[in-house]
Every structure is written in structure tokens, then in C-alpha cells.
Design a protein around this ligand. Sequence first.
Ligand SMILES: Nc1ncnc2c1ncn2[C@@H]1O[C@H](COP(=O)(O)OP(=O)(O)O)[C@@H](O)[C@H]1O
Ligand SMILES: [Mg+2]
Length: 235
Amino acid sequence: MLACEGATLDYGSYRALSGVSVRVERGELVVMLGANGAGKSSLFLAISGLRRLRSGSIRLDGQELAGRKPSDIVAAGLVQCAEGRKLFPGMSVRKNLTLGGYVHRADPKGSEAILERVFGMFPILRDKQHDTAGSLSGGQQQMVAIGRALMGRPKVLLLDEPSLGLAPLVVKQVLEAVQAINREGTTVLLAEQNAFAALKIAHRAYVLENGRIVSEGSPETLLADDRIRKAYIGA
Ligand SMILES: Nc1ncnc2c1ncn2[C@@H]1O[C@H](COP(=O)(O)OP(=O)(O)O)[C@@H](O)[C@H]1O
Ligand SMILES: [Mg+2]
């Protein structure tokens, strides 16, 4: 469903991605592992059209995305939940969520139905819908960020380190929500440093190191690889 081939991206003279090829099949939950600075966010920003590739292609259902406007990419069904949540802290939870449906503003009824689905998934957000987003806990803010991405009606949802900075119990809740979203039919590409927790919910994973894919396989295969265990799982 999502196919990235030979993606190369530079920041000035610094090469952040070197020929990265990644595929995500319809219905899959694929994890992108990699240490800080490996290039996970650069790849995601390029897929979303927020960074321009030097070379390579990114296709969604066979349609080329590279070079298209970010808003067109969202409308095509590829939605990113950015690293660090990037909420509007002074605006209400409800307003943050409805903004995620901006490209679908011609269909307010459809957006209302998805908002209900988000409130069903995260009941605390219904209770706090009129509070400012900035007044919520870190975990609740992450729920708003995920909910806002769902309002964009993703066929493929890109989640960039949703567990960053959260307490272990909250990490577990967030990753369970990601798994539930996938089971309800959304294809997911998830970047994580939290390798052990992420591999538990993944169908397949890639390992990114210094802008290159160095390993790919099932969670079982990666968990059994000593080098991967040492570098990413700490056991
Ligand atoms: N805007 C930028 N300008 C220059 N270098 C950048 C920029 N963004 C990221 N980098 C560098 O690119 C590399 C990959 O970063 P990033 O994609 O953020 O990695 P990750 O998300 O895996 O932590 C890092 O060395 C980072 O310092
Ligand atoms: Mg990052």
C-alpha cells in the first residue's frame, strides 16, 4: 500500500537518508526502529511531503507522492501524527481534534462520526473536550494527537514516536490504542525507540541506522538477532 524506494534526503551537505526502501502492505502494522538521529523523522517528513527527497520515490496505492503538496498527500489518505505531538496548547481539545479533519471540511457529518469514534476510543477526551489541550497530561495529549490524525481519515497512518516522554504504563496504553486502530483496518507505520514494546504489536519491522535500512524481518527474527538485541532492546 505504501512503497518507498531509494529515498535519499540531504540537509545541506549532510545525507540523512541514503537509498531507503520500505514497504507497508494493506492492513499491516510495521515498526521502524532506530536510535536517536537514525533518520526516522526525516523519512516520515519526506513521506508526508514536508521534506523534499533528493531522489527516490514514494507511492501510495501506486500513486506517486514525491513532489506533491502535504495537503494533497493527506487528502490521498496518508496522515502523519508528528513527533512531539505538536498540539495547539491554548485551543480546546475539541478544536485540536476537528482541525485534523480540515481537508474533509466539505463533509462535516463524516467528521462528526469520526470524532465520536475518537471519543469512543479515548473517553477521557470527551470529558475534557472543552479544556485547553495544554492543560492535559502527556499521555492525554498524545491521545489528542492520535485522534487528530484519525480525523484526517488515514488509509495509512504514520506515527512518529508516540510513546516519547511518557511513563511506562502510559506507553503501554498508547501502543494498545495503536494496535486497536490497526485492527480496525488502518494500515500503520510506527517509528519507535521503545523497541521491545513496539515489536510486541508489530507484524514486521525495519531497523534504520545512520540513514540506511540495516535489517528487516518479523518481530521474532529481530528479537532473536543478538546484534539487534544489544543495540535496541538492551538485553
Ligand atoms: N532540519 C535539519 N537540518 C539539519 N540536520 C537535520 C535536520 N533534521 C534532522 N537533521 C539530522 O538528520 C539526522 C536524522 O535526524 P532525524 O530524522 O530527526 O532522526 P530520528 O527521528 O531517527 O531521531 C540527525 O543527524 C539530525 O541531526
Ligand atoms: Mg525523530
